[in-house]
Write a protein that binds this ligand. Structure first.
Ligand code: PLP
Length: 371
């Protein structure tokens, strides 16, 4: 088969029609209000509360700062149980706050934290569970909640992938103590860079807002040690505009997901997740697992060959964060059997493209299977 003329990447940042955004820029030029809880910032918080179906939200300059502040503000100590099958941000936020990550295995069904392996890892030092709704697939929030109550642990969800996801008709940001969303350019909904925390306890609003603005409470008073993690008006304006298009984008992603699922249905050696029960998904990614014995080549081999066709898939996530060089020899060797299995076989495929391109990608991959 012919290679693609232009490179195809796993994702492409969504941009709205330029005129829509320019209208907001004009307003910024009129008011000279560029940041610090401006009009667009306040508007976007309202619009997102509505869209995500949550009672409490606060915006941040990016998702990582939001997660960092959640961990700081909740005053966690000692050990935090988390997943190694995630983006660097999750583990780094834990470590940079002086906490010890305790890596728990994932399940093979949806790649989220294996709730049956959490309790074994709890010690008297454990203060929280930081789990990830990886690819927008919700964790087993009921079991996690049960464990958290039993051992008095805080629960923070890295929901960076889960914008717009609903579980039993309820926005995913309503579970756990706090959830972090990322609005990075590559995510389902973007504010160029950006992020948010959603949370159950009303009192957290003041706390998080304090932390993101140096702990400043008034012109002559500073009541906390904080950082600068405020979302600016240019980001907020992008969010207001992009939110109008996000449902349309999710629909398109769903169509592509269905094309992939149909295309790979009877292909031996390619495993993918089906529609999840009780979940309104956002189709943020299309991950596949390559089983070498049945497909005839490894994930790494397929990944390299696809590049020759100008298809740039991603090993998302490889390596496990527990295997990063910066953590070498620092933490215990945990049982991560499933996580290791998945990280060696997983690959995410392009999901922004036109339909005819997706069909060609499917054909190329099918033809590469060795019998
Ligand atoms: C993108 C991402 C983050 C970090 O968000 P930023 O907005 O890029 O700072 C954290 N965790 C996961 C799982 C992510 O994919």
């Amino acid at each position: 088969m012919e290679k693609f003329e232009k490179p195809i990447y796993v994702t492409k940042a969504f941009l709205p029609p330029l005129e829509d955004y320019v209208d907001y820029l004009k307003h910024i030029w009129d008011t000279h209000w560029l940041t610090n809880n401006g009009e667009f910032h306040r508007q976007l918080e309202k619009n997102l509360e509505n869209y995500l179906g949550v009672n409490n939200i606060t915006l941040f300059v990016n998702g990582h700062s939001a997660l960092d502040i959640a961990i700081k503000a909740l005053d966690l100590t000692g050990e935090v149980i988390t997943t190694p099958f995630t983006f660097a941000s999750t583990t780094h936020a834990i470590v940079m706050n002086g906490l010890t990550p305790v890596f728990c295995d994932i399940n093979l069904k949806d790649f989220t934290i294996d709730v049956n392996k959490i309790e074994n890892l709890i010690t008297e030092k454990t203060s929280a569970i930081v789990a990830v709704h990886v690819y927008g697939y919700p964790c087993d929030i009921y079991k996690i909640n049960q464990i958290a109550q039993k051992y008095q642990l805080k629960v923070i969800y890295d929901a960076a992938h889960a914008f717009g996801v609903k579980l039993n008709n309820k926005g995913i940001g309503n579970y756990g103590d706090v959830s972090m969303f990322s609005f990075h350019a590559t995510k389902v909904f973007n504010t160029i860079e950006g992020g948010a925390l959603t949370f159950q306890c009303n009192q957290y609003k003041g706390l998080f807002d304090l932390y993101k603005n140096f702990g400043i409470t008034g012109q002559e008073s500073v009541d906390g040690v904080g950082l600068n993690a405020k979302m600016n008006e240019f980001q907020a304006a992008m969010g207001i505009v992009n939110l109008k298009y996000v449902d349309e984008q999710i629909c398109k992603r769903k169509e592509i997901t269905e094309l992939y699922r149909n295309g790979f249905k009877n292909v031996q050696g390619i495993y993918f997740t089906e529609e999840l029960e009780d979940v309104k998904q956002n189709y943020a990614y299309f991950p596949i697992l390559i089983d070498e014995k049945k497909f005839g080549m490894t994930r790494n081999q397929l990944f390299e060959i696809l590049k020759e066709y100008n298809i740039f898939a991603r090993k998302y996530f490889y390596p496990l964060s527990s295997d990063y060089k910066c953590f070498e020899g620092k933490y215990k060797n945990y049982d991560l059997e499933n996580a290791r299995y998945v990280t060696e076989r997983i690959m995410t495929l392009p999901i922004y493209c036109e339909v005819n391109e997706i069909e060609k990608i499917i054909d190329i991959i099918k033809n590469l299977r060795r019998y």
